[in-house]
Design a protein around this ligand. Structure first.
Ligand code: GRF
Length: 201
C-alpha cells in the first residue's frame, strides 16, 4: 500500500477522483496527507470530509518534514500552483506526478497554468487538446510523460468550455490511471522516457 501525499491549490476535483478511487480499492495506495499553499483551498475541505489529514503549509522545509513523518512514497500535484523546489524534486526523483491540462509539449511551461492553458489553445484554434500526466522534473512541465489522452474541442466556444471538457472527460480518469499504475509498480523511467509494464508480472 503506497503512502500518497496530494498537493492542491484549488477546488480539488482531481484530488476527489483519487480519494474516490482509493475508497473503492481501485488504487493500491492511501492518501496520508493533503497539503495546500492556500488556506481556503476547497481541496482541504474535501480531505477533511474523508478524514484525511489536511494541512495548509507554505514553508517548503515544513512540507518536507511532514512528508518524511508520513513516510510518503508518492506525491501527486493536483492543481498545485506553487513552485516545487529542486530540493524537493531531487528528494523525490520520479516520485512526484503532475497533471497538466494540455497535450505536452503544447501549451506548457512557465505561465501555462489553469485557464491560461486553455486561453492559448482557444486563441491558437487547435481542434484537439487533452491532458498529460508526467513525472515532475526541474524543467517546468518537462518531466517524463506517463499518460496522455486527447479530446475534440472543436465545438468549444470559450476557453472555459475547453477547461471543463478536459477536466471532466479526461483529467480525473487519467490521473487515477497514472496513480494506479505507479502504485502497482508498473512505471519504469529510462532516459526520460516512461515505459509502462502492462503484462502481469
Ligand atoms: C486542473 O485543470 C489541472 O489540470 C490543473 O489545475 C486544475 C486543478 O483542478 N493543474 P482541481 O483543483 O483538481 O479541480
Amino acid at each position: 500500500m503506497v503512502n500518497i501525499a496530494v498537493f492542491v491549490s484549488g477546488s480539488g476535483t482531481n484530488l476527489q477522483a483519487i480519494i474516490d478511487a482509493c475508497e473503492k480499492n481501485e488504487i493500491n495506495g492511501r492518501i496520508k496527507v493533503v497539503i495546500s499553499n492556500r488556506k481556503k483551498a476547497y481541496g482541504l475541505e474535501r480531505a477533511k470530509n474523508h478524514n484525511i489529514k489536511a494541512l495548509w503549509i507554505k514553508d517548503e522545509d515544513e512540507i518536507i518534514k511532514t512528508l518524511q513523518e508520513e513516510n510518503i512514497e508518492l506525491i501527486v500535484l493536483a492543481g498545485y500552483l506553487a513552485i516545487v523546489s529542486e530540493k524537493l524534486i531531487n528528494l523525490y526523483e520520479n516520485k512526484i506526478i503532475n497533471i497538466h491540462p494540455s497535450l505536452i509539449p503544447s501549451f506548457c511551461g512557465p505561465g501555462f497554468y489553469g485557464i491560461h492553458v486553455h486561453e492559448h489553445a482557444f486563441n491558437r484554434g487547435v481542434k484537439v487538446s487533452g491532458a498529460t500526466v508526467h513525472f515532475v522534473s526541474t524543467v517546468v512541465d518537462g518531466g517524463p510523460i506517463i499518460l496522455q489522452e486527447s479530446i475534440d474541442i472543436s465545438d468549444c466556444k470559450t476557453p472555459e468550455e475547453i477547461q471543463l471538457k478536459i477536466l471532466n472527460n479526461i483529467e480525473h480518469k487519467l490521473l487515477v490511471k497514472a496513480v494506479k499504475l505507479y502504485c502497482d509498480n508498473k512505471l519504469k523511467v529510462n532516459n526520460e522516457r516512461v515505459e509502462i509494464i502492462w503484462e502481469e508480472r
